[in-house]
Design a protein around this ligand. Structure first.
Ligand SMILES: C[S@@+](CC[C@H](N)C(=O)[O-])C[C@H]1O[C@@H](n2cnc3c(N)ncnc32)[C@H](O)[C@@H]1O
Length: 194
């Protein structure tokens, strides 16, 4: 794992939008507790969180969705370096198009793609999430705009409103149990009960 922290530091210095430190630790803690077998990651970037999840759960395989071909090439190189390439695959394209045609079931979904689309993705993600499975979403408080800690600049209203609908949906559905972590950019951890 030391090398992962090194690569995360490098990626951060290069301005890559990688998962923040405490949220990253929460992700790994959740993975260690849940011990999933099939993980779906929306927004792979350089693959660093994906690798860390696989290293922390030897029984898991990972399916990623990523729109940027250059990032995919780098993620695949990273998967090889860490010897997890046999357990990880990536679908290239827009998550809006790929999520609706996913087949199979996942017991852990890490949602870390474009923030304005979480609400749109939600029904299809819940459809492929097993009962008892976990949906872990980053950026759910979106710079403090969602809970009103920070006033939303006009240009972010659409994304903020969409994220608010996502949060309402995962907190008000009786078939789900959700905890919101008010740290960094906000993380939600949802268990599918029924
Ligand atoms: C926050 S980063 C993912 C970080 C990664 N999960 C991690 O923790 O290291 C978001 C990624 O989503 C990708 N992305 C943005 N829009 C997308 C879309 N419509 N479909 C699929 N991927 C998208 C970006 O290229 C970027 O690599």
């Amino acid at each position: 794992m030391e090398r992962i922290y090194e690569l995360r530091k490098e990626a951060k210095a290069n301005g890559e939008p990688i998962l923040r430190d405490k949220s990253f630790e929460l992700l790994l803690e959740t993975i260690r507790i849940k011990k999933p077998t099939k993980i779906l990651e929306i927004g792979v970037n350089l693959g660093l969180s994906g690798i860390a999840m696989l290293l922390n759960c030897q029984t898991a395989s990972l399916t990623g969705i990523e729109i940027d071909e250059e990032k995919i090439a780098l993620a695949k190189e990273n998967y090889k370096e860490f010897g997890v390439d046999k357990r990880a695959k990536i679908f290239q394209g827009d998550a809006s198009e790929i999520i609706p045609v996913l087949t199979g079931e996942y017991d852990f979904i890490f949602l870390d793609g474009p923030k304005g689309h979480y609400f749109e993705y939600l029904p299809n993600l819940l459809a492929v999430l097993k009962v008892g499975g976990t949906l872990f979403a980053d950026n759910v408080l979106f710079r403090g705009f969602v809970d009103g800690t920070v006033k939303t600049p006009h240009r972010y209203n659409t994304t903020k409103n969409s994220m608010t609908k996502f949060l309402d949906a995962i907190t008000n559905d009786k078939k789900l149990s959700t905890t919101i972590y008010k740290m960094e950019d906000g993380v939600s951890v949802t268990e599918k009960l029924l």
